[in-house]
Design a protein around this ligand. Sequence first.
Ligand code: THU
Length: 147
Amino acid sequence: MDSSHLSQKGIRELIGRAIEARRKSYSPYSHYQVGAALLAADGQIITGCNIENAAYGPSNCAERTAFFKAVSEGMREFTAIAIVGSPEGETLTQYAYPCGVCRQVMMEFCDAESFRIIVAKSEEDYCVMTLAELLPEGFGPENLGEV
Ligand code: THU
């Protein structure tokens, strides 16, 4: 996928990948299933799902699963992420905005003004926001003189 311009077709493809990823959700405790599809600057799409744990604390969100998979494979620049989350079942009943911890992880690797966060109920029903809108005045690498 061409990542320089996020077309409607590109957004729909990303949402489709997030919906597929959500089917892999391991969420026997909350029964809340989340899928994410992260678009890297080179056009690769990396997916993730939420992975829960009997001890609760070690649970991981879908967005962070996608980011950590991508970063551990050497990717460092990202354009957008599509997120789908709803209680167990095929129907997406709500827009699932990323939790605060995931927003902070995005802040580490993404340009807040241009990184797009897409929350969707279907490939046709979605909202697009920037990271800066969801995490205004965020703390990031620039605060430490990095980058
Ligand atoms: N969850 C995510 O995967 N992403 C978020 O941004 C919010 C919450 C997951 C964590 C947990 O497995 C379940 O949803 C209920 O909180």
